[in-house]
Design a protein. Structure first.
Length: 159
């Protein structure tokens, strides 16, 4: 079942790239006591994700934080090395780049996508959510090929 507004986010860990290499980070560390603008993409370095989705959040990071976001997080079913490299390539210093390498968080949300027809295996659907102290207050899941309800502009309008 897909997560809904009013639900708590699942207690599942991620990986992040640090100067010392990949490190685990828990969902509690990310969401507890914070307002988090969270968006997921099907794949780092893919065209829509690299040309439109992530860049919007890079440009709008200050505006999102000015409207109350404590953290802006981007997640993909990729490893921490890929997410770190993609964040660096996109100048995403203000964005927490989360690796959901085995799609554990994605599956716990019920938002997985079978991209095996494209040679990509299980991925996350493109979606955005606002999470306040661990509870989902906004959820926008995209139709295939669209970047509307999970865009930085949509998230700004929800804050």
């Amino acid at each position: 079942m897909t997560i809904q507004v009013g639900d708590k986010v699942p207690a599942v860990g991620f990986s992040v790239m640090t100067g010392e290499g990949p490190k685990p980070i828990s969902s509690e560390e990310i969401f507890s006591g914070k307002k988090v603008v969270f968006f997921a993409v099907p794949g780092a370095f893919t065209p829509g994700c690299s040309m439109t989705h992530l860049p919007g959040f890079v440009v709008d990071a200050d505006a999102l934080k000015a409207k109350g976001a404590d953290t802006i997080a981007c997640m993909s079913v990729n490893d921490a090395f890929v997410m770190g490299a993609w964040g660096a390539a996109q100048n995403a210093e203000e964005i927490l780049m989360l690796a959901d390498g085995n799609a554990d968080f994605t599956k716990a949300l019920g938002l997985e996508l079978d991209a095996s027809g494209f040679g990509m295996g299980v991925r996350a659907q493109r979606f955005g959510m606002i999470v306040e102290d661990g509870t989902v207050t906004y959820l926008g899941v995209e139709a295939p090929g669209e970047i509307k309800v999970s865009s930085s502009e949509a998230m700004l309008a929800q804050l």
